[in-house]
Design a protein around this ligand. Structure first.
Ligand code: ADP
Ligand code: ZN
Ligand code: ZN
Length: 746
């Protein structure tokens, strides 16, 4: 499974990478399948030798697939006569040298087969088929003999019009489809077939943005200089929530668009959650940006991919997978909310989209902006070392002040009743806020009604049959759900263990349960629950966000979804129901993550003229995370975290690589772990931990064990791990996943 590149990248010149012989020419083609490297194919006689980057169709074990002519020397192992010939040159611009280098780099860095990375680039197989045709009509002949009012409406409408679909003509002229078709029959209109791919409207970079403040202008100038030069540079745009980071990078996008060929990529954590951002983009650039994520439909996906490789799509916004889009010429990359954990892909090729975006910018020779109010430690360290240029925005725009943050010590001022979660202080604050016509958020990062259900009679706990996890009650759906594998079961009346009725008890709160309590406490308040269970589509999300923005909601109850950059003008109060929740567990990033999350949710409060306040319910107000939020000295907190990482040589001061061993048979998994442990690298300051059962020991019926390599920073861990794994031959029934720079230790 671990692979390297076959052959070195040798540039674009044809003569380097084709092999000409008296028998014929061969080329290396990288296919989007989990192979280590490219395969050799024969160039059919009479064909021009395709250039590197050319997309070609080739036979592969009985089917046809599209791949890319790779700029390496063909392997030359197979006899020419045994080679399969290329079947088709796809009529499409070739992949650029920089994206090909990028594919090689990502494969080598993440220890993934090159073909798997290629698969992320050639993500839209139907993009290579010619576009589906659609019938259009246009004025062609003389007017019909019989003119009726509807017919006249169509004729008037169609004067000087470009070809349009029957449906569109009928709609626009207010008649039925039949009227339009009758005019085709009469010969007045004629039908022509047109490719259904419409081009995208170009954004207008001449629309003026707002007048910038001095500190915003300093940041804009620094970024625009590099955009103009067309030179690589990473910027950390570090500004408190509401300081105008978006306005700053909009300005940089406008600068990039002045170059008629340049394209811009904006990466955001979760595209479904960006309805407000899309609206702002449209206001600023006059058109919708081009959106890329896993849920756009096939037709749109195809149209988008093609427009990007042809250089016609100018600005694309997307989740992490957009990093692998085949841009012709990137002029700027923006990674918004760069600290967000969702930039790390945990399946397939395990890569961190923020880190890889920096690499891509380097290959493309363009600047990249990492924006955040709560930058990650990795990024801060890079900025401190001078590798990234640190741009700071210290003030909220328009005199809005940062919210004041208070703690509520639940040991002293908690709830009287164990089945309630809101303290008297917080209840009073919410009532006051709503009475003033302002809005409040209650933040609890737990979906569903209750995280655990148990039987009061026999102590039975509902556990997922496939995972080491409790089942979460979702009361609206009357269901128990596993949040790890998707297992669902109806909520039984009796205990499945002892058959006792009325004995099942919900333990702890989820947002649904909190909403129940809020409805009881604030009967007149209009509630909205924001979770991935209620915001299931972009349109539902937009609808809910619209209601909140317009003031039709008083109290929002939400999970981490509410931390994602929303701007609700009337929102002045944030209540964090369990500020200690993220701090339990032993993850090295627990403190950093919790701090970022609480800082982000706090940042929703008081974004306009009315000041905001934040209340953190906690059993541990003296914890450094909570204490620094209250004192407002986030820099000192992050500095302390950085020093701690440095002391223990943890990333980014040292390197980590995790191996995750999975299999259905636990004995086999452990045996593979033992073998790996026996052959583990142990020189040059490296150490290997494990095998140990993963915190989530079973997911989807598979056992999971983890090993962790810890190495000094200057060690080439890829080489070490590759050598280590190639010395072991695990049985097929045990999989080894390699996670370079792991973020999750589940
Ligand atoms: P951030 O991205 O840092 O959270 P935004 O760019 O969303 O901040 O800015 C917060 C609010 O302030 C937005 O409504 C934005 O339009 C407004 N804003 C920021 N800078 C300016 C400016 N120079 N002039 C006018 N409005 C601004
Ligand atoms: Zn029971
Ligand atoms: Zn499960």
């Amino acid at each position: 499974m671990v692979t390297g590149n076959k052959g070195k990248f040798v540039g674009e010149q044809t003569s380097f990478f084709t092999q000409e012989s008296s028998e014929g020419n061969r080329v290396a083609v990288l296919l989007p399948v989990p192979f280590a490297g490219p395969l050799d194919y024969a160039v059919p006689e009479g064909w021009r030798i395709p250039r590197a980057g050319q997309i070609v169709k080739v036979p592969l074990s009985g089917r046809e697939v599209c791949g890319v002519v790779w700029p390496v020397k063909p392997e030359g192992r197979l006899d020419f006569k045994k080679l399969k010939p290329l079947t088709e040159n796809i009529d499409m611009p070739p992949l650029t040298a920089s994206i090909m280098k990028f594919i090689d780099w990502v494969a080598a860095y993440t220890l993934s087969p090159q073909g798997m990375v290629m698969k992320m680039v050639l993500s839209t197989p139907n993009a290579f088929e010619s576009p589906p045709m659609k019938s259009h009509v246009v004025l062609a002949g003389a007017p019909p003999e019989r003119i009726t009012a509807p017919r006249k409406a169509v004729l008037d409408y169609m004067q000087d019009k470009a070809p349009q679909t029957v449906k569109m003509v009928a709609e626009e002229s207010g008649v039925s489809d039949a009227v339009v078709r009758s005019l085709v029959k009469a010969g007045t209109l004629t039908t022509i077939e047109i490719a259904s791919d419409q081009s995208f409207d170009a954004p207008d970079h001449t629309i003026k943005g707002p007048k910038l403040t001095d500190e915003q202008q300093v940041a804009v100038t620094a970024i625009c200089d590099k955009v103009w030069e067309g030179a690589y540079q990473t910027f950390l745009l570090d500004g408190v929530t509401g300081s105008g980071k978006t306005e700053v990078y909009f300005e940089a996008i406008a600068e990039a668009l002045k170059d008629k060929k340049a394209q811009v990529l904006v990466m955001v954590p979760e595209i479904a959650l960006t309805s407000q951002w899309l609206g702002r983009f449209k206001e600023r650039f006059g058109v919708d940006p081009i959106v890329w994520h896993s849920e756009i439909g096939q037709a749109e996906r195809r149209r988008t991919w093609r427009a990007i490789i042809k250089g016609e799509a100018r600005v694309a916004v997307g989740a992490r997978s957009s990093l692998f889009l085949p841009f012709q010429k990137l002029g700027l990359i923006v990674v918004d909310e760069e600290h967000d954990a969702s930039f790390k892909q945990e399946e397939g090729v395990m890569y961190h989209a923020r880190d890889m975006a920096v690499v891509r910018a380097r290959f493309e020779g363009c600047p990249i902006v990492l924006a955040s109010a709560t930058p990650s430690i990795e990024t801060l360290v890079n900025a401190q070392a001078g590798r990234f240029e640190h741009l700071k925005l210290r003030e909220r725009h328009g005199g809005a002040v940062m919210p004041t943050i208070h703690t509520i010590d639940m040991r002293r001022d908690g709830t009287a009743n164990a089945q309630e979660w809101l303290s008297p202080v917080l209840i009073t604050q919410i009532k006051k806020t709503i009475a003033l016509g302002e809005q409040a958020i209650l933040f609890l990062n737990r979906r569903g009604y209750a995280p655990l259900t148990l039987c009061r009679t026999c102590g039975h706990r509902f556990e997922c049959p496939n995972c080491s996890a409790w089942l979460v009650e979702h009361r609206h759906k009357n269901q128990l759900q596993c949040h790890h594998c998707g297992y669902m079961a109806g909520m039984p009346d009796n205990c499945p263990e002892c058959d006792q009725s009325d004995s099942l008890a919900a333990c702890g709160p989820g947002v649904e349960r909190l909403a129940e309590e809020a409805a009881r406490l604030f009967p007149d308040a209009r509630l909205a629950v924001m979770t991935s269970d209620t915001m299931t589509s972009p349109s539902k999300t937009a609808e809910m966000v619209g209601r909140i923005t317009s003031g039709a909601v008083d109290l929002i109850i939400g999970t981490q979804i509410v931390t994602k950059g929303y701007h609700f003008p009337k929102l002045t109060l944030v209540g964090v129901v369990d500020a200690d929740l993220g701090l339990r567990g032993s993850d090295m990033r627990a403190a950093e993550r919790t701090w970022q999350q609480l800082q982000q949710v706090a940042g929703r409060a008081g974004r306009e003229e009315r000041p905001g306040s934040v209340f953190l319910q906690t059993y541990e107000p003296e914890h450094p995370v909570t204490a620094s939020l209250v004192s407002g000295d986030g820099e000192a907190f992050m500095q302390a975290e950085i020093e701690q990482r440095e002391r223990y040589n943890m990333p980014p001061f040292g390197r980590l690589v995790a191996l995750i061993l999975t299999g259905e048979n636990i004995k086999e998994v452990i045996a593979v772990g033992r073998d790996l442990s026996r052959t583990a690298p142990n020189r040059d300051g490296m150490s290997v931990f494990g095998p140990a059962p993963a915190p989530m020991e079973r997911i989807r019926g598979k056992y999971r064990y983890r090993m962790l390599l810890h190495a000094p920073k200057d060690i080439n861990v890829q080489k070490v791990v590759q050598a280590w794994l190639s010395a072991n031959k695990p049985p097929k029934s045990v999989r080894i996943k390699v996670d370079v720079d792991p973020q999750s230790f589940m």
